[in-house]
Design a protein around this ligand. Sequence first.
Ligand SMILES: [Zn+2]
Length: 328
Amino acid sequence: MKPIIRGMLHDHIDGSAALGDIILDLYKMAGKKFPFASIEAWRKYFKNPHENIVTKFGTVTSVLQTDDALTLAGYAYGRARAREGFTYVEGRFAPQYHMAGGLSLVGAVDALRTGLMMAEARYNIRIMPIVCIGREADPDTGVAIAKTVLHYDGGVALDLACDEGGHPPEKHLRAFALTFGSKVRRTCHAGEWVAQDPRKTYRTRLLWNVRTAVRVLKCHRVGHAIPLCDDDELVREIVDTGVGIEGCPLSNFACGSVEDLRTLRIRELLDRGVLYTLNADDDLFLPPMPEVIAATDAAYNFTEAEVAALEKNIFRSAFDPTIRALAR
Ligand SMILES: [Zn+2]
């Protein structure tokens, strides 16, 4: 059957297709020349796996350094997701990459959040912002970002993003620990991105980070968690505690982390009661949600009950407490 899913939890605003709607405006606002022949050429460059990821994102973040630019990005993101039929999304971004023009961490988050709220006021969509610590930052910067998140008293969630091999979750324990006992919801990219060699320990190293995210950083959700099914005890634990999984199957496939979507064992996770969800991750250069859903459905041939669970799990593990309460 064709699943329809109206929510998304793992969605990078600065890696979202919505930026294609405004990228020329952003360059104009920054007084810079757009360095590509067309938007299509820019997206093609983004899709090239041989180009450096940091340089790629530099074409976006370099023109997202002012209040106005970030507000426009937030608005364009919310507008695009609403037009695509989403009613609830959680959009994430890392303010540390948006301070070169003099913005503070709070200033950057405020500016983007203003845009998201403008989109909410105009369209039928609720957007929960998630602020990421780009994990290559030093632990003190992580702490400053966590303090910024605390400032919103649960209105903004916390994430840890980027290369987990070089910067495992425990590096930012101090930042995450600051939010323990507060209203702040936590997630962490874990079990996604470590060196593939040595191959023998690849899945164990991924799994180690998932365990750290759940048990040490006390995350309410985990992004990716590719090898989760390998650890029965951890699966039981996250089912018991209601930790959600932000699955991004086509992102994992595109990055070469899984060769077959079936190795994610999504059916087994759903059967066992894991709050597993489907997400696009970065649809500026990765397949958009309709393709994620179609490809995953083609791999698993989901039943009606499984489709219902995949959608309901989004709302059951939502970081907005009102949305979560309604889904119970
Ligand atoms: Zn991600």
